[in-house]
Write a protein that binds this ligand. Structure first.
Ligand code: HEM
Ligand SMILES: *[C@@H]1O[C@H](CO)[C@@H](O)[C@H](O)[C@H]1NC(C)=O
Ligand SMILES: *[C@@H]1O[C@H](CO)[C@@H](O)[C@H](O)[C@H]1NC(C)=O
Ligand SMILES: *[C@@H]1O[C@H](CO)[C@@H](O)[C@H](O)[C@H]1NC(C)=O
Ligand SMILES: *[C@@H]1O[C@H](CO)[C@@H](O)[C@H](O)[C@H]1NC(C)=O
Ligand SMILES: *[C@@H]1O[C@H](CO)[C@@H](O)[C@H](O)[C@H]1NC(C)=O
Ligand SMILES: *[C@@H]1O[C@H](CO)[C@@H](O)[C@H](O)[C@H]1NC(C)=O
Ligand SMILES: *[C@@H]1O[C@H](CO)[C@@H](O)[C@H](O)[C@H]1NC(C)=O
Ligand SMILES: *[C@@H]1O[C@H](CO)[C@@H](O)[C@H](O)[C@H]1NC(C)=O
Ligand SMILES: *[C@@H]1O[C@H](CO)[C@@H](O)[C@H](O)[C@H]1NC(C)=O
Length: 324
């Protein structure tokens, strides 16, 4: 019954994608899972080792690295454009609304890149590092694993305006979330599965204030307790767990929280309100971790394949923070 109604929604969604003009998923035939096998045989183990070290030092870093990949891929494709630093003559994506004082992990990427440049100079792209690090972070924190396609190249530009308009905001309703993901070729199911990334990591008061003061689709006891550290005004940077109970475990409690109306962000709770098109998927993921892990892995591969630069496009940066 659940499967049947999901299939119906997917079909409707497919029709929406076909008629929409902004689809950006490109065939990923130029990416391959064994891309570095001969070019840089230790590439994957070097990234994995450095990701493990970074998370051992600070558990939250796994969440931060996962989010970095998402914010890269949603803005002109997975091309490491998010990593370019601003300078006197260049404005990049780091200071876009969704990224400024929020996205983290840049130093970890620098460290991984330095190790890779030592092992195989000029070979492994920053965009691929982001893709591998996101996967390894999820695995380290107890989530599923999947094979990453590799061979992305790095952009030689970036766009703050694009970052400002393409990264979904926590104030988005379900309709807006669906169109944001569909503009990147991602389905309703992909949206619900990828939102499960919020099973790890933290958010600032400023990201959930409206939800805890003005929304009705929230458990009132939960809202009251959050209001202690996130006042009506001030303390904008106070942090709370995106997953109430287990913010350092990649599990399915995020979805169980949605059923209890204890999602932290407005956009999270939009996925379940007892009467929405995504309710049955949330219910499935809340009760069956293996279905969630499977759908999350599939969706991560799909997100990682958004508009890669390949062949002679872009470059392999030697320093992820600046164009060669
Ligand atoms: C569905 C639309 C999404 C919205 C509106 C959204 C919004 C947000 C917001 C507002 C935060 C907190 C930022 C802050 O307060 O500093 C956050 C954190 C986070 N997001 Fe999302 N997000 C979405 C989808 C995703 C996806 C697809 C992923 C990855 C696959 C992801 C991964 C994360 C992670 C891991 C964190 C915690 C980062 C940390 O602790 O450093 N999010 N997100
Ligand atoms: C470890 O994490 C802390 C933040 O908790 C950070 O300031 C420090 O630079 C990190 N050290 C290493 C070696 O990554
Ligand atoms: C980014 O945040 C800093 C404060 O840390 C602020 O001074 C700056 O104006 C912000 N940049 C943009 C473009 O909003
Ligand atoms: C969702 O948000 C958009 C943009 O803010 C708004 O136009 C629309 O009416 C909202 N839809 C629903 C169902 O609330
Ligand atoms: C809640 O909504 C009211 C009325 O629309 C608005 O004045 C107020 O600023 C909102 N509060 C928050 C924290 O968003
Ligand atoms: C959801 O609420 C039920 C009933 O109050 C509770 O037993 C359960 O532990 C809650 N789930 C989570 C993930 O907090
Ligand atoms: C559920 O949603 C439908 C349309 O999506 C609406 O017609 C109906 O009134 C809603 N029911 C409740 C109880 O909110
Ligand atoms: C989860 O779903 C899978 C695939 O539909 C099924 O084989 C499995 O039995 C389910 N597990 C539980 C605990 O319901
Ligand atoms: C940004 O770089 C990409 C790849 O090098 C190129 O295709 C695109 O046209 C550039 N955009 C701008 C605005 O220069
Ligand atoms: C500023 O950044 C751009 C993009 O990375 C780079 O091409 C340029 O060389 C940088 N300028 C300086 C002075 O570092």
């Amino acid at each position: 019954m659940v499967e049947f109604s999901m299939a119906g929604h997917d079909l409707l969604f497919l029709v929406l994608i076909v008629v929409s003009v902004g689809t950006t998923v490109r065939a990923d035939s130029q990416l391959s899972t064994d891309y570095y096998q001969s070019k840089c045989p230790d590439a994957l183990s070097i990234v994995q080792q450095e990701v493990a070290a970074a998370i051992q030092n600070e558990t939250r870093m796994g969440a931060s690295l996962l989010r970095l990949h998402f914010h890269d891929c949603f803005v002109n494709g997975c091309d490491a454009s998010i990593l370019l630093d601003d300078n006197a003559t260049f404005v990049g994506e780091k200071t876009a609304g969704a990224n400024n004082n929020s996205v983290r992990g840049y130093d970890v990427i620098d460290k991984i890149k330095a190790k890779l440049e030592e092992a195989c100079p000029g070979v492994v792209s920053c965009a691929d590092i982001l893709t591998i690090a996101a996967r390894d972070s999820v695995v380290y924190l107890g989530g599923p694993s999947w094979e990453v396609s590799l061979g992305r190249r790095d952009s030689t530009n970036a766009s703050r305006d694009a970052a400002n308009s393409l990264i979904p905001a926590p104030s988005f309703n379900l309709t807006a979330l669906i169109s944001s993901f569909s503009a990147h070729g991602l389905s309703l199911k992909n949206l619900v599965a990828l939102s499960g990334a919020h099973t790890i990591g933290l958010a600032r008061c400023t990201s959930f204030r409206q939800h805890i003061y003005n929304d009705t689709d929230i458990d009132s006891c939960f809202a009251n307790s959050l209001q202690q550290s996130c006042p009506f005004s001030g303390n904008d940077d106070a942090l709370e767990n995106l997953d109430l109970q287990t913010p350092t475990c990649f599990d399915n409690l995020y979805y169980q929280n949605l059923l209890n109306k204890t999602g932290l962000l407005h956009s999270d709770q939009e996925l379940y309100n007892g009467n929405s098109s995504t309710d049955s998927l949330v219910q499935t993921y809340a009760t069956n971790t293996s279905v969630f892990f499977e759908d999350f892995s599939t969706a991560m591969v799909k997100m990682g394949n958004i508009d890669p630069l390949t062949g002679s496009e872009g470059e392999i940066r030697t320093n992820c923070r600046k164009v060669n």
